[in-house]
Design a protein around this ligand. Structure first.
Ligand SMILES: Nc1ncnc2c1ncn2[C@@H]1O[C@H](COP(=O)(O)OP(=O)(O)O)[C@@H](O)[C@H]1O
Ligand SMILES: [Mg+2]
Length: 257
């Protein structure tokens, strides 16, 4: 479980995060949802420690991360897997070398154990036998899979994904969303996914936090999302055509009963 408490962050006097608190649950896909420029990526970076909040704290399974001693922060960092926007694979390395990289950096596994782990992770994301391919030879969806395999290779306890669907077609997006959810449940990972995609919300939104202008305006699950009476959240939800249509169908059904 990851807890954040009263996170504030400004850049050059401009407030980006304005006191955000919340809990991200273990074994669940926790979504940070909102329009672009609302501070989702900045919040994610504050949680993983790539940025330091001006005020506020982050706790990983009860251990303070923010402002704690370097060795404690490093120990937590070792348990974090990160899937970056655009996958961010190393272009000059093969698929296998990309996945092996964090194992070399973070563990003292032997060469043959590393190979086994790479093959296990490749198989888990449905890419067995892609070991010797270069990133330039594979599709966007396959790159995401390699990114996920690399993130989970060192047995991560926490997984962070920033817009994992960006640049993917809807079908591939669905596959990647479900892959992340399956892995989260299978290995009991605390997963936080930054997204603006309502499809992801309805498919894998175990827990959703809606951010708007640096504040958390709503939280809940995909099951109670349509009950919201937060104006900004409604506007966000119904800017999606399919969600508008779904609402019309539901309203008509309510009128009939
Ligand atoms: N390192 C930075 N320096 C200055 N401003 C930043 C920095 N990172 C993000 N911002 C600003 O913070 C705001 C929120 O950005 P971001 O979290 O990336 O939004 P999004 O919700 O789209 O992920 C934007 O206005 C962005 O310009
Ligand atoms: Mg972003």
């Amino acid at each position: 479980m990851i807890e954040i408490h009263n996170i504030h962050k400004s850049f050059n006097g401009k407030k980006v995060l304005d006191g955000i608190s919340g809990v991200f649950e273990t074994g669940k896909t926790n979504l940070l949802l909102g329009g672009s420029g609302t501070g989702k990526s900045v919040l994610l970076k504050c949680i993983v420690g790539l940025l330091k909040p001006d005020i506020g704290s982050v706790t990983f399974d009860g251990t303070f991360f923010t402002n704690n001693k370097l060795d404690i922060r490093q120990e937590i960092r070792r348990k974090i897997g990160m899937l970056f926007q655009g996958s961010a694979l190393f272009d000059s390395m093969t698929v296998e070398e990309n996945i092996e990289f964090p194992l070399k950096m973070l563990t003292d596994m032997s060469k043959s154990d590393r190979k086994d782990r790479v093959n296990f992770c490749l198989q888990r994301v449905g890419l067995e036998n892609a070991n010797s391919k270069m990133p330039s030879e594979i599709s966007g969806g396959m790159k995401k899979r390699v990114g996920i395999a690399r993130a989970i290779a060192p047995n991560c306890t926490y997984l962070f994904c920033d817009e994992p669907n960006s640049g993917l077609d809807p079908q591939t997006s669905l596959l990647i969303d479900h892959l992340i959810k399956e892995i989260t449940e299978e290995y009991d990972i605390t997963t936080i996914i930054v997204t603006h995609d309502m499809n992801s919300v309805m498919e894998i939104g175990d827990k959703i936090m809606f951010l708007h202008k640096g504040k958390k305006l709503w939280e809940g699950t995909s099951d109670n999302i349509l009950d919201t009476d937060v104006k900004e959240f409604k506007e966000f939800i119904y800017s999606n055509r399919l969600m508008r249509d779904a609402k019309t169908v539901e309203d008509e059904r309510d009128d009939r009963v």
